[in-house]
Each structure stands twice: as C-alpha cells, then as structure tokens.
Write a protein of this length. Sequence first.
Length: 697
Amino acid sequence: MNIDNLNDKQKEAVLHDKGPMLVLAGAGSGKTKVLTSRIANLIENDVSPANILAITFTNKAAKEMKERVKKLIGPDANYIQISTFHSLGLKILKENYEFLGYNKNFIILDNDDTLTVVKKLMKDLNMNPKYYNAKDIRNKISSAKNELIEPEYFSKIEFDNKIVELYKEYCKKLKKGNSVDFDDLLLLPIKLFKESSNILNNYQEKYRYVLIDEYQDTNEAQYVFSKMLANKYKNIFVVGDNDQAIYAFRGANYKNILNFEKDYPNCKIILLEENYRSTQNILNAANSVIKHNKQRKDKNLWSNNEVGNKIKYIKTDDEKKEGEFVTEEIKKIIKDNNVTYDDIAILYRTNAQSRSIEESMLKANIPYKIIGSFYFYNRKEIKDLLCYLRLINNPNDDSSLTRVINVPKRGIGDKTIGNITAVADAQNISLFDAINSGKELKFKETILALQESCENLSLTEMVDEVLDKSGIKEELLKEKTLESEIRLENLEEFKSITKNYEDEYGEISLDDFLNEISLVSDVTEHTDETNKVSLMTVHSVKGLEFDYVFIIGMEEGIFPHYNSINEGTNDAIEEERRLCYVAITRAKKDLWIINCKKRLLYGQTNANPPSRFIDEIDPKYLEIDKQTTSIFSKVNKFRKEVMLNNNTNYEIGDNVKHTDYGEGVVVNIDKSLITIAFPHPIGVKKFIKNHRSITKI
C-alpha cells in the first residue's frame, strides 16, 4: 500500500500495530482517509478481512467507506464488516434470535408502529390523552433504552407510575408479538453478551480489530456495545473530534471520547491537526473560539493552505438588511470568481431563521435549496396554519378542510370524511355545509367561532387566535420533543410574516394577505437541486464544506440559543460553542459572520447583543467594516462593564426605561430573559437581563 500521500501523523495512525488508539481528528484533517488506509494496512499485514469491524453512523457513510476500501484492496473489502451500529446489531440478532427467545421471522417496528403500540397501551391503562402525550412517552422509552435502563429500573428516573407501568407492558407486548424496535437492535445484543460469555467470546474472536468513526457521537448503548466487543484483544481504533460533538439532544455523550484514556490506560493518542480544507485565517478564528471550552482535549488546527482573507464581520440594521447584504455579496462572488451557486452556503442556528433569508433570495432571484429541512412555506405546520386561515376566509375551501379537519387529531378518520363527501356530492354543496353532526360538527363550530373572533383582529392577532383555538399549539406544547419545539418556533416565526405585511400595507385584509402569500410560497420551482445556494442549520452542515460560507444571526439568544443561556450550565454553552466551531470550519476560502441591531423573529422585534462567540475571535482575524467597528468597540466595552454584571434584580411590576421604546413594565422574568410590556404600538418584547438599553426606574 502506498502511504506517500499521507502526512507523518496520518502515517503513524495508519501503521499502528495492535492495542487501543485514539485519533483526535480535527475538522478537514482527512480522518476517512486514515480509517480506510488503516484497514488496507491491516490486510496487507495478514489480518483476515473477516476479522475487521468498521462502524460508522449512517448507511451513506458506511457505503462510502466500503467503496473507498474496495478501491484500495479490491474484492477482499466484501468480507469486511463495514456498517452502522444498528446494522451490526441486527446481524447479531439474526444469528442469535433463539437464545433471546424470538422466532426467526421477528419484526422490526418503525417509529409509527411503536407510536401505535404506545397509544394502545395508554388506552388499556386508562391514561388520559389530554394529560399524557404518546410521542413524549415513546421518546422517554427510547431514551431509557439508549441509556440501557430496563423497565425494572425505570422508576429511578421516571416518577410517574403510569409511564413506568406502560414501559413494562410495552416490552412485554413487543416480545409477545415477536417484534423489536430500533433501540432493541443495540439493547438486545448487549443483553445477549451479558448473559452468554460464550457468544460474546465468539464475536470478540470474529472481530479482533474494531474501528469506530465519529466516536464523539456515541451514546451509552453504543459505547458499551463497542467496549464489550473490543474487550478481549483491545485492538480498538477510534476516530473523532470532541470539538465537533454537537448531538447531545440525541443522547450522544462527548465524554466517551474524553474518557478513552481511562477506559484504555495503555492507549496511544494521535492528533490530526493539519487541515486540508480551509485557509489559515479561518482556522485561526475557529481555534480562538473553541479554546474557550474547558471540557476538551487541546489541539490546534493549522494548514499549508494560503493565509487567506480575514473573516468579514458585518452588523446590519435588521433581518431584511441582513438578507439584502447576503444576496448582494453572493452576486459579487458569482461575478468576480469562476464558481457556481453550489460553492456557497448560508448557515443559521434555527430553522425559523430560514424564512427571512428565503424571501431575500427569492427577491434577488438567486436559486437556493434547503438542506435537511423543508422550505419554510412547505413545512407541515405552516401548511396547516395556512389552511385554517383559508377556511376562516372561505369555509367552502374543500381541500383546506380535508387537510385540517383532523389537525390536531379529533378522531375524524377517512371513513367520516368519505361520508361527508358523499353528502356534499349528492347535494352539490361544500364539505363545510355538509357537516351536521358528530365530532366534525365541533370542528365546524370551531371555524365559525374563529370567523367571529377574528373579525376585529389584526393578522398577527389572528394567527395567535387560530393557534390557540384550533388546538395546534396545545398539542405541540404537550409533545415536549425537539421536533415539536422546532414546529412551534416556525409557527411563531409566521407572525413575523404577518407583522411585515401589516407594517408594509397597513390594515391588509385576510383575503389579500392569502393572495400575496401564495406568490412567495410557491415551491414548484424548487425541483432542480443543482447549482443552488445551500441554506441549512448548523446541525445539518456537519460533514459538508463550501468555498464561501455566511453565518447569519450571530446574536445572544439566537447563537448561542436562548435555551442554552437559560439552562445556565457550562455544558449547554460549550455545546453551542462546538456548534460555532463546526460552522466556522465549513468554510474553505471566505467566511462572513453577520448579525443585526434588531431582529424580527417569532413575531417580536428584539435588540439582542452580538454573540459572545464573535468576541472570542481574536480581532486580528476579523475584517470589520467602519460602521461595525464602532459598534464592535462599544460591544467590547459593554461586555466588560455591563454583561458581566448581573447584580440588577428585577421583579414583575418593575418600571423600566428603554433607550428606544421608552417606559415599560416588567411582566415576566425567566432566568436570563426579561419580558417588558411597552405602550401601543410597541407591545411586549423580550431582552436579556442587564441589556445596556434598559434602565430600572
């Protein structure tokens, strides 16, 4: 095998003989090349392909790794077990189903199937669906399994006896039905290994060399599973980057990679710090941010690439100006460089931020695609809300009625809708007029009540009314999942759209608004996915790279997210900082960091301070325009004098004065956030405590 194309550190990792090794691979440092070359080297040194196990996190990554290994060693690659954790778990279950008490044709239940089981058990246990949320319970069961918490120990972390009982019954029901869920694909092999030392020994003999990619993303089950497999020969070779651990919300524990040395005291550690992707200035910025994290292993990315341009820091007036700036810069990039739109990405912290940037892209006629999510107007929750508004405007809109008559779920199924349709067709009337009884009549009454209550409301107030009276908001609040939080944020962001229309047109009618919105919500042109600017959240961009990257919304409360600020723990902020590190290191040639003086988001205009992560970048790596320079110096002074001083105590009812909005009253206090009610037309706004614009009077 030719290793001349590897640097010294990569060669050292590839040529490692036996025993545990931790490869801390910085962003863009060629970790996949190291993994595949390591496999090829093992085979060249007479290790049987059948004795090698390589684990990665996605089927796509596993497929790509297998193809790269095949290019290096040929057909022998087919005998190597290169797969995801769950694929390997399934293989082991298929080979040992009898020992675990299953039949050969056991079934794997998907998320919808498991949700159906949970709902059935809730009914059997007389659990009121108004109080208990099925998705929330299913997620709790999934989390427990990934933490290897069996039903008999579940009561130690779950204090609701009904949910504890449901978990027990859930496991019994799956076993009785000869079925497993996705989480069982790891839980059951671990159980198998614990109960049978012979079976464990067989797999330890089979997989004498274990290689794991993205080790920082392993959860408890994956960690224990891989440790058990490697325990006999300890030829475990893990590659990862603690600075890119950004999936805590999925149960990933970045401490697994930090504790590798404790698990394997004789392990060898290699740092891959040479980056082949970015300019040195971009890497310097990333290094200067991430060094503020305490829970990490030190490494410092460097590159033989050019020093490159400084990171451009821009502060605009608001989110509209932010969008205009980005689109103008993109036009310049395309005009001045021999590149395509595919070379450009716009990153943001939350999905809701895509709405304003999408509108700017549409107005500028710049083609774009959303990665890892839907176009704002094509998201389910936005379509549902629009259908409610259309029904209020025109109850005879049959397609809108069909979509939302059972949203949120009211027990109105296809059979009922079919019966209503038959009556409507026979009498040549609308579905709405054909409704005269049952649960569907309650839905009709809800629409009629909304028509009446919305008569004298503004568009923004109308949206709030629909979200409350329809039950959409209540259902999402009950779910308490990451998905439901994102959907709620998107629905709140819809109020930014109505607020913009009200500011632009004054008292615009619902009918005119729906006509206007249909022009910007048409997504039929988003079919060709080539040569388009990529828009995505920072979570979605991991593993990707672009020549030109814009990070928008770099403000306190947005990035870092207000949830991490409210949590008040170092862990939460450090995860946000790792996200920022990931975002910065996606850029190869040029990077823009942008924020606003004030931003309309979730229907409210807030003046958030610039993100603390900007302050953590050494100014010598930043290019700041004149307007931003003066702001930047004021911000630094503000951080020293005010942001670090949290001694002002606010109480609900306190009178305060804002530099722009005048006098107001504190109406809510939530950890580091303060909500203030100002006189009409300003209304209610949120700020971070001790914001320099607020004075207690």
